[in-house]
Design a protein. Structure first.
Length: 544
């Protein structure tokens, strides 16, 4: 086995914002290292006595790591969702194991509430810190030596802290042209503007990034060349695209050339679902049994597309991880992986804001992770990946049942889907439209996502009988409202447009829905697609 030679991160201190540079250690937190010294008689802090914490222990029944099968178990009939409804999803079939976190632990180093619920340092509780280091090292394998992990309350918090640590008001942040709206909502009030970069089927385009940065004119742009990038590389929200290794390396190299810090917001990393295969071509298999093993964990990790950290020989990536999509969003727990300088500044910020993520959440998640162990958690991740894969498959199967799906000729696929197999959906139902010879009219197109929770639909609004250019947003909302009135909510596409916010709107590019297949149960997914089919047909037949 070859031993990778890694070097320390380079000095990137010139990226720190004025606000971040001005932060000092919180006076009390600065004394924290003494508080935890064995034998110290601390009368310094305003610490409540744990004797008065009104909880003597917290117990939880935790699902076993192999609760979910590794290969789809449904039969391939069109009513497989009935199996889902009455089958293994009922709570009575859940296998759990009990764990307890006592207020006081008998053994040093065990998680206990007296410690977890007390004021503490802004870094993770020790057991969690150890777990996250092992996990990050095994799964992401950062290419630089001196990386640190630091907990936060999830990626929303992570991004908001990262951007204020790096950007001053009046600056811009590079982002995908379609992106996660909350990320933009957190920067706009700070007078930090999104700088959208065109995308194709694997996400942000490296040549477009290079062009943008090489031709940057601070005068006409009224801002300095951006030095921070916000990017969602896997199961991108909203487009569902996943960045290839080659593209990641190209983006990284452009960022080195133009000295850009990459903030990698990657909540869907473990939902790498693979290519969608039509139902009739799928075979179901049996889940291999046996305890989670290091060999299996290694094999699984090797199938995942690498993080930007894996190419980051300079320490210019701040990776954001969250337990929101793999354990529960309400845990409000996640972590940064980054160079020690950025970690230290982010920690200073945490000290005076949240202080630390909630002690209940930290201790319960830590207990689950240490109870499962690293291999158990990997087994859990593999199981939920299969679950979301089945949901993705089921949702696209429903679309295939509702619409006539036709692959778009590869040479006509452009822009955001370039390089992907795009399906054009037309009506299967013989309707009034047929009389008008419009039965084959494409109403929408989409790419079955290879990761994440979303299908991004392009609405072919130019096919609407009353369409004239510039109407896209109004028609998108008209259809959206009709759907809502019929009891189905999709996310309207305009919300995700970074260009919309910069005033650089290309109307021909508008007209999308983001549809999430992650939460609604199978019968309701089916029902929603049936309603959608009817409503969109009626919509395209209006005024005929
Ligand atoms: C791209 C992206 N980032 C961040 C989040 C929120 O993550 P968290 O719950 O960790 O704050 C989401 C959730 O939908 C998301 O899609």
């Amino acid at each position: 086995m070859s031993v990778e030679k890694r070097t320390k991160s380079i000095d990137l201190s010139h990226h720190l914002s004025e606000l971040s540079k001005a932060r000092t250690t919180s006076p009390l937190k600065g004394l924290q290292k003494y508080f935890s010294q064995p034998g110290i008689l601390s009368l310094a802090g305003g610490l409540p006595s744990p004797a008065y914490f009104p909880i003597s222990d917290v117990s939880a029944n935790v699902l076993i790591p192999d609760s979910f099968a590794l290969v789809p178990t449904e039969s391939s009939t069109s009513f497989s969702w009935l199996w889902k409804l009455f089958g293994s999803h009922t709570s009575t079939s859940e296998k759990t194991q009990g764990v307890t976190i006592p207020k006081y632990s008998a053994n040093d180093g065990d998680i206990n509430l007296a410690h977890s619920l007390q004021y503490g340092p802004s870094v993770a509780q020790q057991q969690l810190q150890v777990f996250l280091r092992e996990f990050t090292s095994e799964v992401y394998r950062p290419a630089f030596e001196d990386w640190s992990v630091l907990i936060d309350t999830g990626n929303t918090d992570g991004w908001s802290r990262a951007v204020t640590t790096l950007c001053n008001p009046g600056e811009g942040v590079l982002c995908e042209e379609w992106t996660y709206p909350s990320a933009l909502a957190s920067i706009l009030p700070l007078n930090i503007q999104p700088v959208p970069v065109p995308m194709d089927g694997v996400g942000m385009k490296s040549d477009a990034l290079e062009n943008l940065l090489s031709q940057w004119d601070p005068v006409s742009r009224q801002m300095p060349r951006p030095h921070v990038m916000y990017i969602v590389p896997v199961g991108q929200n909203p487009s569902g695209s996943t960045m290839s290794i080659t593209r990641k390396k190209q983006i990284y190299d452009v960022c080195v050339k133009y000295d850009v810090i990459i903030v990698e917001d990657d909540p869907y990393y473990f939902l790498q679902l693979g290519t969608y295969i039509f139902k009739e071509d799928r075979s179901s298999g049996a889940t291999p049994s046996g305890r989670p093993s290091p060999k299996e964990s290694k094999r699984f990790v090797s199938t995942l597309t690498p993080s930007f950290l894996n190419f980051d020989y300079q320490g210019r990536v701040i990776r954001l991880d969250t337990f929101s999509k793999t354990i529960a969003p309400g845990s409000r727990l996640g972590w940064f992986t980054c160079n020690p300088l950025f970690a230290e500044r982010l920690e200073r910020q945490g000290e005076t804001t949240t202080q630390a993520p909630c002690g209940f959440g930290q201790s319960i998640i830590t207990k689950i992770l240490t109870h499962w162990s690293y291999d158990g958690y990997i087994r859990w991740l593999r199981g939920i990946r299969t679950e979301y894969q089945q949901r993705r498959n089921f949702f696209v199967d429903c679309l295939a049942e509702e619409f006539h799906l036709q692959p778009m000729p590869a040479d006509t696929v452009a822009d955001i889907w370039q390089g992907c197999i795009v399906y054009q959906a037309s009506s299967k139902v013989k309707t009034i439209a047929e009389k008008h010879a419009t039965q084959n009219l494409t109403m929408l197109s989409f790419v079955p996502p290879v990761a994440g929770m979303f299908v991004w639909m392009k609405l072919h609004l130019d096919q609407h009988p009353s369409f004239s250019p510039g109407d896209e947003n109004a028609l998108e909302m008209k259809l959206w409202t009709k759907l809502a009135e019929n009891g189905v909510l999709f996310a309207p596409g305009w919300m995700f447009s970074a260009k919309e916010l910069t005033g650089d709107t290309d109307h021909a590019d508008s007209g999308h829905f983001r549809v999430s297949f992650s939460n609604v149960e199978f019968p309701d997914l089916k029902k929603a697609v049936t309603i959608f089919g009817r409503v969109i047909r009626e919509f395209f037949e209006e005024d005929l």
